[in-house]
Design a protein around this ligand. Structure first.
Ligand SMILES: NC(=O)c1ccc[n+]([C@@H]2O[C@H](COP(=O)([O-])OP(=O)(O)OC[C@H]3O[C@@H](n4cnc5c(N)ncnc54)[C@H](OP(=O)(O)O)[C@@H]3O)[C@@H](O)[C@H]2O)c1
Length: 331
């Protein structure tokens, strides 16, 4: 089958290859999906460049991609909730969706929303699970006020809609060109970061979703209320997460040093701070399916590339300027 393979760590253009590889086989609790679409995430870029080597073992070559939509064409004998022909989507928690077929465990698979295309479905799993898990960790509730950084990004445009579905007041940031469509997603106050400083507009919010890192993580504490929450996707590793990751003593010591400014801010604001590392979760993806089918959540696709152009799709995302999601059409 045709697949985009990650062959070495380094620059994207030298590290991935359009290849012909063996079709995957399935185990008892897996289905084989004929892939119709996949989508690109900044995670693909970080993995290809070797930036996440410390977090897990990757054996190369490996097929690129985490989001998939397609049809079930084979099922293992223990698969009870899915049948041949089912239209499905998933975040595959190992790499592998930029290929004509992908094997997926039944416990991370969901039926695709009926009212959207395969391309639209493939744009959703990773970013919608991330946004759901952030709001759950922060226990966002009706009437809360939240700042979502980068409302025009993959995570941002979903977090806005999910936060509005919960009844929160949403501030978000984006550049001038994106203000109108981000506002149309339901954000209450869209801050054009080219013209305005969000720190002068957002005050005493219950929660910040930090998708940007660096100074944005520290500055998040300036805009939360006392006792507020900062959930980051890219900032320094917090103490609890470092514990869960079972890192060795010296790495933990280094991480403590790295988050020293954040530690001061946490104390100063009596704040909750957490680095969220998203996980596959079929139950949460089923909830997203429901919200999409009821029209409460929509996807936003910037561009669709054919599989043979996956390199250009990934390079496009590397620029960090995508409006919503970039999708790969497989068949
Ligand atoms: N920890 C986890 O489990 C997890 C999960 C998902 C994602 N992530 C990480 O979270 C980050 C965001 O992911 P994503 O998929 O949303 O990325 P993305 O789709 O690539 O984000 C691109 C968007 O960011 C906006 N942006 C860039 N700089 C900005 C700024 N200074 N202020 C406001 N908006 C800005 C851009 O809008 P403009 O062109 O208007 O600037 C663009 O629309 C990535 O680093 C990703 O790896 C982590």
């Amino acid at each position: 089958m045709k697949a985009i393979q990650h062959i070495r760590y380094g620059e994207i253009s030298e590290s991935i290859k359009f290849s012909e590889i063996e079709k995957p086989t399935i185990s008892k609790d897996e289905v084989l999906i004929e892939t119709f679409a996949a989508s690109v995430n900044p995670l693909d870029i970080k993995v290809i460049k070797g930036k996440l080597k410390a977090l897990g073992k990757y054996t190369l070559p490996a097929t690129v991609g985490y989001d998939v939509s397609g049809k079930v064409v084979e099922k293992g004998e223990d698969v009870i909730n899915f049948n041949i022909g089912d239209e499905v989507y998933a975040y595959v928690d190992k790499q592998g969706s930029f290929a004509e077929f992908v094997s997926v465990k039944q416990n991370i698979l969901s039926l695709k929303p009926k009212n959207i295309s395969f391309e639209e479905a493939a744009s959703l799993p990773l970013v919608s699970l991330t946004a759901s898990q952030v709001l759950k960790r922060g226990q966002l509730k009706s009437g809360d006020r939240i700042l979502i950084q980068a409302g025009s990004g993959g995570v941002g445009f979903l977090a806005i809609q999910l936060a509005k579905a919960k009844g929160a007041y949403v501030y978000t940031t984006t550049s001038t060109d994106n203000v109108a469509w981000v506002k149309a997603l339901g954000a209450d106050r869209v801050i054009d970061y080219k013209a305005e400083d969000y720190k002068t507009i957002v005050k005493d919010v219950d929660m910040v979703l930090d998708t940007l890192g660096n100074e944005y993580t520290e500055d998040a504490f300036k805009v939360i209320k006392k006792g507020g929450k900062v959930i980051t996707l890219v900032g320094p590793v917090d103490k609890e997460t470092a514990k869960r990751m079972k890192l060795n003593f010296f790495v933990k010591l280094y991480l403590t040093w790295k988050r020293r400014k954040i530690t001061k801010q946490i104390k100063h604001k009596s704040a909750y701070y957490s680095l969220l590392l998203m996980r596959a979760n079929a139950k949460q993806l089923n909830e997203v399916t429901g919200l999409v089918e009821s029209g409460q959540v929509k996807t936003v696709i910037d561009k669709v590339f054919p599989l043979k152009d996956a390199l250009n799709a990934i390079l496009y995302v590397t620029k960090g300027r995508t409006k919503g999601k970039v999708v790969i059409k497989i068949t």
